[in-house]
Design a protein around this ligand. Structure first.
Ligand SMILES: *Cc1c(COP(=O)(O)O)cnc(C)c1O
Length: 354
């Protein structure tokens, strides 16, 4: 109950949320999530209906990422998918002291992966906020099991030079993982080389619960080669099905069903429209911030960062704006599907008023 004594329909309004990478689920995704709440894709033999939806979801994720015969599953999110990429690479390699080489712009989930899996994470400096293949080559050696590139970085929306990273991985006999957790549903409408078809990418993270407009939790883990999933599988006594490659056991059928419903509804035209609107909004707010004298990181994808001072950000937060800074302290505006031009105009008006 709120102060007016009426029960709000939603526990969370998106009206002033500007820095989240999640968004309001599409209505079809919400409905599918509710219908499949009581299913467990972790046991596909007992819950075949949701298992069918998961196979369809993986097929569509393959289409979105340029992979004809995808292996993978709907994970709990980008974190699980990234951990699984590191785990598969470690399990498939025959080295004593495995390491992973990534740009310093990589998501913090790789710190968790390194910690849980006891592999060394080597972070290379970036150039213009993108991975620098030469700097990464300096860190890679015969114990490197995985090279990581990001297609849509969390802080700045940058896309790493994936083909050059594929060459590096090939040279070191390592696998190549692309983290497109956030970018995967907008990049198909750009000219970037980022997917399985553009380069020798082995595994990918692509999250329906971010730009894909699915309900949380719906991440995506994809592999070109079925042996990657085999390297993750364990035997499963007590279940009707006999082996399991996921990190979690019981999983949310709601996440799987909502991912499939959202992709069925929106791929490709709906996602293209959402991308075009988001990109226009990002360019609009970037120009508005630049007009006011701030240093703006230009939005190559629908994400804007600007050097707005911390006191101003705090004043905007006091006015109810949900904004968070980058690691370097810049204001970050993520133009998710719920972010409208009216919202951004009202945000800029509040910025002018502070
Ligand atoms: C959000 C994000 C993740 C983590 O995904 P979760 O769903 O929050 O676990 C990983 N990588 C990138 C690039 C992200 O933007």
């Amino acid at each position: 109950m709120n102060q007016q004594g009426t029960a709000p329909r939603e526990p969370q309004s998106f009206e002033r949320v500007l820095s989240s990478m999640c968004t309001e689920p599409h209505p079809v995704a919400r409905e599918a999530a509710e219908r499949f709440l009581a299913t467990n894709p972790g046991d596909p033999t007992t819950y075949p209906a949701v298992a069918d939806l998961e196979r369809a979801a993986v097929e569509t994720l393959g289409e979105i990422t340029g992979l004809a015969d995808p292996h993978g599953y709907v994970a709990s999110g980008g974190t699980e998918a990234n951990i699984q990429a590191v785990r598969a690479a470690r399990n498939l390699a025959d080295v004593d002291d495995p390491n992973v080489v990534a740009p310093e712009s990589v998501h913090f989930s790789f710190q968790k992966a390194a910690d849980v899996l006891d592999v060394e994470l080597r972070l290379a400096p970036t150039v213009d906020r993108r991975a620098d293949p030469a700097a990464m080559a300096n860190l890679a050696d015969e114990d490197t099991v995985l090279v990581v590139g990001v297609a849509g970085t969390t802080a700045y929306g940058r896309v790493d030079p994936v083909p050059a990273l594929a060459d590096l991985a090939d040279d070191r006999d390592a696998l190549l993982h692309v983290d497109a957790a956030w970018g995967g549903f907008v990049l198909p409408f750009t000219d970037f080389a980022w997917n399985f078809d553009h380069a020798a990418v082995d595994t990918m993270t692509v999250d329906p619960h971010k730009m894909g407009q699915a309900a949380v939790p719906a991440g995506g883990f994809l592999a070109r080669d079925g042996r990657v999933l085999d390297a993750l599988a364990v035997d499963t006594p007590y279940l009707e099905s006999t082996s399991q490659a996921t990190l979690t056991g019981t999983r949310s059928g709601a996440g799987v069903a909502s991912a499939q419903a959202a992709m069925d509804e929106l791929w490709r035209d709906g996602y293209r429209e959402a991308y075009e609107r988001a990109q226009e909004n990002a360019e609009w707010v970037a120009a508005a911030l630049a007009d006011r004298g701030y240093d703006v990181v230009d939005p190559v994808l629908p994400l804007v960062a600007a050097d707005v001072p911390a006191e101003t950000v705090a004043a905007l937060q006091d006015r109810g704006w949900r904004v968070s800074p980058t690691g370097a302290g810049e204001l970050r505006v993520v133009c998710m599907p719920h972010v409208t031009r009216e919202m951004l105009a009202s945000f800029i008006a509040d910025l002018d008023a502070t």
